[in-house]
Design a protein around this ligand. Structure first.
Ligand SMILES: Nc1ncnc2c1ncn2[C@@H]1O[C@H](COP(=O)(O)OP(=O)(O)O)[C@@H](O)[C@H]1O
Ligand SMILES: [Mg+2]
Length: 212
C-alpha cells in the first residue's frame, strides 16, 4: 500500500534541545500504527509534526507523496486530524462543537449526521443543546472525537485519547475508533496495556529516536 504519510529524516531542535532525531516512519494507507515509549520520549511531538502543529528543523513530511508543508493548513487539517489527550471543546454547547466542522466548510449542519454520531458514542440527540460545562470528562472526549470524525479524515492522530477514561467510556471510544478504522488510517499513542496488546504495529520511541 502507498503511504498516506511519510516522515523522512525528521529532526526537531528547540532552544538547543534535541526533541527528535532522524525519525523515519512510513504510514501506509489503512494502517493502524501505535507509538509507545516512556513519557518525554517525543511521541506527542511526532504527532504534532504530523498534524503540522509543529515544524521540524529538518527532514520532510509527505502527505500522499506531496510535501505536507506546502498544502494550505486549513485543507491539510481536514485530511489529517489530531485528537488531544485533554479534549478541547469551545463555545457554550455541544452543538457549537458539532456545527463547527460544517461551518468551516460553509455547509449547513447536518443534524441527521450529528445524531448518528452522538448515537455511536451512546449520547442522546438532545445533548446538542447541553452546556459543555456540564459534561463529564468521558463525555467531553466523546464529543471531541465525534467532532473530528464528522467528516472522516484520511488520517486520525490519537494522542492518548483513552487515558484517564473509565472502562465504560474507554469501550465506547474503542468502538468509535474500530468503526473509523475500516475506512481510514490511524497513528495513535497509548500507554494502555490492553491497547498495546491488541496493537497491529508498535513503534517504540526513546529519547527522540525510533528504538528498533
Ligand atoms: N514546545 C516545546 N518546547 C520545548 N520542549 C518541548 C516542547 N514540547 C515538548 N517538549 C519537550 O520535548 C520532550 C518530548 O515531549 P513529548 O513529545 O510531549 O513526549 P511524550 O509525548 O513522549 O511524553 C519532553 O522533554 C518535553 O518536555
Ligand atoms: Mg505525550
Amino acid at each position: 500500500m502507498a503511504d498516506v504519510l511519510t516522515l523522512h529524516q525528521i529532526s526537531l531542535t528547540i532552544r538547543g534541545k534535541t526533541l527528535l532525531k532522524d525519525i523515519n516512519l512510513s504510514i501506509p494507507k489503512g494502517s493502524f500504527i501505535t507509538l509507545a515509549g516512556p513519557s518525554g520520549a517525543g511521541k506527542s511531538t511526532i504527532l504534532k509534526i504530523c498534524a503540522r502543529l509543529l515544524t521540524p528543523s529538518s527532514g520532510k513530511l509527505l502527505y500522499n507523496e506531496r510535501d505536507a508543508f506546502l498544502i494550505p493548513p486549513q485543507d491539510y487539517r481536514r485530511h489529517v486530524s489530531y485528537c488531544f489527550q485533554q479534549p478541547v471543546l469551545f463555545g457554550e454547547t455541544v452543538a457549537d462543537n458539532l456545527n463547527f466542522p460544517f461551518q468551516i466548510r460553509n455547509q449547513v449542519p447536518d443534524q441527521e449526521r450529528q445524531h448518528a454520531l452522538l448515537d455511536q458514542v451512546n449520547l442522546p440527540a438532545d445533548y446538542l443543546s447541553k452546556n459543555i460545562a456540564s459534561l463529564s470528562g468521558g463525555e467531553k472526549q466523546r464529543i471531541a472525537l465525534i467532532r473530528n470524525l464528522m467528516f472522516e479524515p484520511d488520517v486520525l492522530l490519537l494522542d492518548e485519547v483513552t487515558t484517564g477514561l473509565d472502562a465504560e467510556n474507554k469501550q465506547i471510544v474503542h468502538r468509535l475508533i474500530d468503526n473509523y478504522r475500516q475506512k481510514g488510517t490511524i497513528l495513535a499513542i497509548t500507554h494502555d496495556q490492553e491497547e498495546l496488546a491488541q496493537a497491529e504495529k508498535i513503534v517504540t520511541i526513546k529519547g527522540g529516536q525510533i528504538h528498533e
